[in-house]
Design a protein around this ligand. Structure first.
Ligand code: BDR
Ligand code: CA
Length: 311
C-alpha cells in the first residue's frame, strides 16, 4: 500500500476523508497531523483522536500529532459556521482511545519522510502550515517526498472570498512555500470538489450501512447539508476532503492537467487566490497537476463501500 500521512483540520469533511483513508487497503496511514483551520488547534487535535477511535481497529495503531495553531503570517481565520463550534457536529462520538503524541506535527512529518525516502505521500486537507514548517525546518525534505496531494484552491472562484478557497486563504504564505518548493504536487480544488455533493439520497445510503461510522457520517453530512442549502442553494455539502483522499486511492477517478499555479500573497481582493495558468500563457513550467474533472458517481460508490467496512 501507498504510505500516507493525513494532515488536516477536522472539520467534518476532514473526518469523513480520514475514515475513507483508514478503511482503504490501498493506503497505509503512518500518522495524522492536525493544524489550525476549520476550528482551533485544540479541537482539531481532539477531533483527530475521535476520528481514529471511530475507525476502530483501522485507527488503533495510528499516532496523531498537534501542529501549527496559527498561520505563518496571515490572521487566524475559522470556519466554525460551516462545521459547528466543535468541528464535529454529531451526537454519538467516541472519546479518543489515547492522547496525541508529544512530537510536533512538523517534526513527525520530517522524521517519517526521512525514514521512508520517496515513499510517503502527504495528503493535506487544511491550510498548509504544517507542511510549510516541515519544508523550512528540513531543507533536505522536498526531494524525499513522494507527493503532496492537497484539497485546496480552485481554478475558478473561491468559497471564503470571491477569489480564494478556505484552505488557501487560511495560510497563503504556507501554500506559496509548498507550491514553490518543487515537490510533486496534485491540487484538488473547488472546481472539482463542488461536483461531489452529499445529497439526501447519499446521506441516507450512508445511514443505511447500519454501522456507527456510517451513522456518524450521515449526521455530520446532514448538518453540512443545512449550511450548503442555506448558503449556496445546493442539495448537500461538497465532499471536498474525501475527494483528495480518493485521489490518493484511485487517481483515475479524476482528470488531471499539469499547469503553473501561483499563490497570491499580497493582501487585497485576491489574497489567497490560486492563480492557475490553465492556458499556459506564462510559459513557466508546471508545478502542479490540477484536478479538472471528476467521476463523481464512482467516487461516491468508493466512499460508501469503504465506510461500510468500519465498525
Ligand atoms: C475546505 O475548507 C474546509 O472548510 C473544508 O474542510 C475543506 O478542507 C473546502 O474549502
Ligand atoms: Ca479541511
Amino acid at each position: 500500500p501507498l504510505k500516507i500521512i493525513l494532515d488536516g483540520d477536522p472539520g467534518l469533511d476532514d473526518a469523513v476523508a480520514w475514515l475513507l483513508a483508514l478503511a482503504s487497503p490501498e493506503v497505509a496511514v503512518l500518522g495524522i497531523t492536525a493544524t489550525h483551520g476549520n476550528v482551533g488547534l485544540p479541537l482539531t487535535v481532539r477531533n483527530a483522536g475521535i476520528t481514529l477511535a471511530l475507525a476502530g481497529e483501522a485507527g488503533a495503531g495510528v499516532p496523531y500529532f498537534a501542529g501549527a495553531d496559527r498561520p505563518l503570517v496571515a490572521e487566524l481565520v475559522s470556519a466554525a459556521s460551516v462545521h459547528g463550534d466543535s468541528g464535529l457536529p454529531a451526537s454519538d462520538l467516541p472519546t479518543p482511545t489515547r492522547p496525541p503524541e508529544s512530537e510536533h506535527a512538523a517534526d513527525f512529518i520530517i522524521r517519517t519522510v526521512r525514514e521512508h525516502p520517496n515513499e510517503v505521500t502527504l495528503v493535506a486537507t487544511g491550510p498548509l502550515t504544517n507542511l510549510a514548517l516541515a519544508f523550512r525546518l528540513a531543507p533536505d525534505l522536498v526531494p524525499l517526498v513522494q507527493e503532496v496531494i492537497w484539497m485546496g484552491g480552485s481554478t475558478t472562484g473561491g468559497n471564503r472570498t470571491p477569489a480564494a478557497e478556505f484552505n488557501a486563504v487560511a495560510d497563503p504564505h504556507a501554500a506559496h512555500i509548498v507550491f514553490e518548493s518543487g515537490v510533486p504536487l496534485r491540487m484538488v480544488g473547488l472546481n472539482a470538489t463542488m461536483q461531489c455533493i452529499a445529497d439526501p439520497d447519499r446521506i441516507a445510503a450512508l445511514r443505511g450501512l447500519g454501522n456507527r461510522a456510517g451513522a456518524v457520517c450521515a449526521e455530520l453530512l446532514t448538518f453540512y447539508a443545512g449550511v450548503y442549502r442555506e448558503r449556496y442553494g445546493l442539495s448537500g455539502g461538497a465532499l471536498h476532503d474525501p475527494l483528495a483522499v480518493g485521489a490518493a486511492i484511485r487517481p483515475d477517478l479524476l482528470d488531471w492537467q499539469a499547469m503553473r499555479v501561483a499563490i497570491e500573497v499580497q493582501e487585497g481582493l485576491n489574497f489567497g487566490r490560486t492563480v492557475c495558468d490553465l492556458y499556459g500563457v506564462t510559459g513557466e513550467p508546471a508545478n502542479a497537476r490540477v484536478a479538472v474533472g471528476v467521476r463523481d458517481g464512482a467516487f461516491f460508490a468508493l466512499l460508501l463501500d469503504r465506510i461500510g467496512t468500519l465498525p
